[in-house]
Write a protein that binds this ligand. Sequence first.
Ligand code: KIV
Length: 271
Amino acid sequence: MSVEKRLKRVTVPAIIKMKQLGEPIAMLTAYDALMAEILDNSGIDIILVGDSAGMVMGGYENTLSVTMEEMIFYTKSVRRGVNRALLVADMPFLSYQTGIDTAVKNAGRFLQEAGVEAVKLEGGREVAEIIKRITCFGIPVMGHIGLTPQSIHSFGGYGVQGKEKARAKQLIEDALILQKAGVFSIVLEKIPADLAREITDRLKIPTIGIGAGNACSGQVLVTHDMLGLYEKFKPKFVRRYAELGKEMLEAVTRYIDDVKNTNFPNDDESY
Ligand code: KIV
């Protein structure tokens, strides 16, 4: 990538333009300044402070436990590492479902306190009014439909969504409703590739797929999954680009051996 392109800040209109130009959008998650800086320097288009932070950083079993205060903390850290990519923060469970005023206030906190350019929230028609109000105050919103992890208990797990005709129809309608409500893009999680293609074709705004096939306007993965750092489970849609978890384990084991054998530090590493 040219230095000029790398230095140009990615904006919400630029992301929408990418769909019009047929340029795929690359998005990854980050939860701390160091990882964010590496992603930003690599030329990633969008950095998402996902509520997956609760699982990856907090060690919670699912994304339901992470709070607004924790998300603000992670997002502020990430902001310090990002100069170019569009920065989006996930609104955690209960930060937008309990009332429109609370939703607007919490969305605004991400812009005011953590300096993001946009927020993301999960749901279809049931969050349309909330999205209308947030976006009317100039806060860009990314939607998220399909497998929405904040609803795992109603789904009964992390299964593929939209395999049945009725659910597929519902997801297409939800995507159109969200577009009308004002979202600038929609994450499609764990739905059949054909359905994701149909939704993408019917929308003017970009779709970002995760486990939704290759026809989406862009793709997102949890960075710790694709780097092989989060090893508790590996969904089929994750491609591992590195095995950093294994490398770290090996490095730490070698360090322990060196300390135990008094091979570390040597003379060059001492004063
Ligand atoms: O929380 C998250 O990381 C997400 C992405 C997987 C889309 O919502």
